[in-house]
Design a protein around this ligand. Structure first.
Ligand SMILES: Nc1ncnc2c1ncn2[C@@H]1O[C@H](COP(=O)(O)OP(=O)(O)OP(=O)(O)O)[C@@H](O)[C@H]1O
Ligand SMILES: [Mg+2]
Length: 255
């Protein structure tokens, strides 16, 4: 792909806040390749059998792009997201993230990437049961060393943005499924990552809440966030600029 001459200006220290008013009106991709997969496979061995969850996936994503990923259950969508989020490593093939081959990163560098660069909304939310919503959202910022006053403010802001300003002190077991999902979204966005990987972010929401969450994610995308959304809902998937489809571990792109 040809490099865009304007690419990279101001890239790297994007301080976009959820709903920030000073968002650069980038909207479109800024051109820098942030994700590159080359013939990636992920093979799981279970007993004597093998599952080729990813079977030669290649992909190039530029900063600021908005992609959806659809496909039947078991086709490899979550596996792909885990690889993209550096939570799992390919069995073979190459993953280049922000120009760096991931296999060359040290454990510390990987941890830093997961903490600062990539936000993850999991299919199962992975909230800490004994902590309040606000504390759950603060948690990654605690690990990242964000000062207490700032992280409390950012947690509140992120929870307000997902419509949970009135549930800050509720624990996950005191929240509905959709509310838990929104806490997970707030947790991912509060860290202000450059790449957000969302596994069924609207899967447990009614149409209206789902639309609000998508609008929030799309606003962050308009501010420059690279967004990948896994969904079973064609209406959700159809909103992305690029639509990817998985089937039996292989990927194809619509259009
Ligand atoms: N840790 C694992 N060990 C063995 N097999 C696995 C593992 N994780 C996933 N698989 C298998 O890999 C395939 C892809 O799984 P994956 O979770 O990526 O599917 P998916 O597309 O996300 O499905 P869904 O829409 O149901 O979430 C499935 O056949 C699954 O059974
Ligand atoms: Mg999945």
């Amino acid at each position: 792909m040809p490099a865009d001459a304007t690419a990279g200006a101001g890239d790297g220290a994007r301080p976009a806040a959820p709903g920030g008013a000073d968002a650069a009106a980038t909207g479109a991709a800024t051109g820098v390749e942030v994700i590159r997969l080359e013939h990636v496979t992920r093979v799981f061995k279970v007993g004597d059998s093998e599952v080729r969850a990813l079977d030669g996936v290649s992909l190039s994503v530029r900063a600021g792009e908005y992609l959806s990923l659809m496909g039947p259950s078991g086709s490899g969508k979550s596996t792909l997201l885990n690889v993209l989020g550096c939570l799992d490593t390919p069995t073979s093939g190459r993953y280049v993230l922000d120009g760096e081959p991931v296999e060359k990163l040290t454990e510390d560098q990987l941890a830093d990437v997961r903490q600062r660069k990539i936000g993850f909304i999991f299919q199962a939310y992975h909230l800490v049961a004994r902590m309040s919503a606000a504390r759950n959202v603060e948690l990654p910022m605690i690990f990242a060393g964000v000062a207490p006053a700032e992280r409390r403010a950012r947690a509140r802001e992120a929870l307000v943005a997902v419509g949970l300003g009135h549930r800050l002190d509720h624990r996950p077991d005191q929240l509905s499924g959709g509310e838990r999902q929104r806490v997970a979204i707030a947790r991912a966005t509060a860290m202000r990552p450059r790449i957000l990987l969302a596994d069924e972010p609207t899967g447990n929401l009614d149409t209206r809440s789902g639309d609000e969450i998508l609008a929030l994610l799309e606003r962050l995308n308009a501010e420059g966030l690279t967004l990948v959304v896994v969904t079973h809902d064609p209406r959700v998937g159809g909103r992305a600029q690029r639509r990817l489809r998985m089937r039996d571990g292989r990927m194809a792109e619509d259009g």
